[in-house]
Design a protein around this ligand. Structure first.
Ligand code: SF4
Length: 490
């Protein structure tokens, strides 16, 4: 052999990265399952199952395609690469640019040569050129530039339907008496069963572990969900955990699917008039806008960004995050149960429930970041660092988002079906049955009013504090709520 090609567990694609120009006669392929990756942290087992089984299926597929493949188990990735060198000799090792700062540094130190990471539609270099020209990093500006650059839903410089953004049409509360399409289930094969045995864990049938399964999921989304994706994308239903969300992020993030083919399938359906513009535009924005923007910002903001704590939030992670029985808040309990069940919830429970709670309780950003990384099936480092530090808990002082995403129970009452039957009352901010979100929302504004009153997008909310005649009582209730949450009793 002339080269060793290292394929990371999130680069599982034969037409991208280092495999793009692979030759079975000259290249040996290596995947490494490191103990650091599997047992180094309290990872959700569904997540581990998905990542490991997908990688093992991929290695088998490469072998069947005629490549010499080694799937090495070792203490660290570098140890695995050392073992490969021992077998194949001192050959140069190539890899696609890793997807995290940490792995980038480790592989670089070991002398691995990188080819460009083309698992995204925007190279890190291209994103940097955009970001360097911005005064503020507004995603919408990036997204519109992407639409034009990639020529998606744009004709002669004009957006399809004369609007760039259909958000205003896409904020419907969950529908009543609605028939949701059945969830797609993925059958398990021998490789899956072996991984399941090693992990001592029975996975759900929610997640595919092969490219064929991922393509089936894409097809299922186009056929049964895309047409109604937009209107309910921000809702939380009590009787359905996925709504019309695509469930494609795990495959996009581990390489089994590429953004290119997902967008092409969606635009294809639009051209055949199978889905309205408000749903198509909303989905395209997630893929060519948000996803690319978050990855771009991860690399642009630098390695130290993950350590930011601008609001000086130092509360320990609440017990309810690791045990849903430790809360009586209906919405929180249900969302944490969903995470426990399948390592996933869609973006609104993540933002409006979990992050909102972490933000308004003043939970330490790094503790919350670690939890999100460990629990979610699609939680790559590049996804979670900007999403948590910037978007979820405003720990960067507004570098990414101009205002923190804090909301009280009234909005949750509108967008979820959980308040009915909850022990707490979303309209109340004081008293034993006051909704903790409502109490904490005002208390959060009160605690940080000096900071936020200078922010023109927040000043109206902060000035609302002046209308609260019960502020002293609310402060006392907030202390009670925070102490109760710490003890797992609220
Ligand atoms: Fe959640 Fe408050 Fe509604 Fe209960 S009342 S479900 S805690 S928002």
């Amino acid at each position: 052999f002339e080269r060793i090609l290292y394929v990371a567990h999130d680069h599982l694609n034969q037409t991208r990265g280092v495999l793009k120009n692979a030759n079975p006669n000259t290249d040996a392929i290596v995947l490494v399952e490191s103990a650091r990756m599997t047992t180094g942290r309290p990872w959700h087992k569904e997540r581990l199952f998905f990542l490991i089984s997908s990688a093992r299926h991929f290695a088998t597929q490469l072998t069947e395609a005629g490549f010499t493949v080694r799937y090495i188990k070792s203490a660290t990735t570098v140890d695995g690469l050392k073992a490969a060198k021992q077998e194949f000799g001192k050959l140069p090792i190539s890899s696609a640019e890793p997807s995290s700062f940490k792995q980038y540094a480790q592989l670089k130190d070991f002398g691995v040569e990188f080819v460009e990471n083309d698992f995204f539609l925007t190279s890190r270099e291209l994103f940097k050129l955009w970001a360097e020209k911005q005064k503020t990093f507004v995603m919408e500006n990036f997204y519109r530039a992407q639409r034009t650059r990639l020529d998606i839903l744009v004709t002669n410089g004009k957006p399809e339907g004369d609007r760039w953004n259909y958000d205003a049409d896409n904020r419907l509360p969950p529908p009543k008496n609605y028939s949701w399409p059945p969830y797609l289930e993925h059958a398990r094969d021998e490789i899956d069963l072996q991984v399941s045995k090693e992990l001592d864990f029975t996975p759900t049938t929610t997640w595919a572990t092969t490219r064929a399964g991922a393509l089936q999921q894409l097809e299922n989304f186009i056929q049964h969900h895309l047409h109604a994706f937009g209107p309910y994308e921000d809702a939380i239903a009590a009787d359905n955990w996925a709504l019309h969300h695509s469930l494609l992020s795990p495959y996009l993030n581990n390489g089994l699917l590429h953004a290119d083919e997902v967008v092409a399938a969606v635009i294809g359906a639009y051209k055949k008039k199978k889905a309205p513009i408000e749903s198509v535009e909303a989905f395209v924005r997630q893929i060519i806008g948000w996803r690319e923007y978050i990855n771009g910002m991860y690399w642009f903001l630098g390695e130290d960004y993950r350590n930011r704590n601008a609001l000086n939030a130092n509360r320990k992670l609440l017990p309810l995050f690791t045990d849903s029985s430790k809360t009586k808040m209906n919405c929180v309990k249900s969302v944490v149960q969903d995470v426990e069940a399948r390592s996933w919830t869609h973006h609104i429970p993540r933002l409006m429930v979990l992050s909102n709670l972490a933000l308004t309780t003043g939970t330490n950003p790094q503790e919350f970041l670690n939890w999100m990384r460990e629990q979610f099936i699609d939680a790559s480092d590049w996804v979670m660092v900007p999403n948590v530090i910037g978007m979820a808990v405003h720990a960067d002082g507004g570098q990414l988002m101009t205002k923190p995403y804090a909301s009280g129970g009234a909005y949750l009452n509108r967008m979820t079906q959980h308040c009915k039957g909850c022990e707490y009352d979303p309209k109340k901010r004081v008293g034993e049955d006051a909704c903790p979100f409502t109490t904490l929302y005002w208390d959060f504004l009160d605690r940080h009013k000096e900071t936020f009153v200078r922010n023109h997008r927040m000043s109206q909310q902060v000035n609302g504090l002046k209308r609260l005649t019960d502020l002293p009582e609310l402060r006392v209730r907030a202390q009670h709520v925070l102490a109760g949450l710490d003890k797992g009793e609220i």
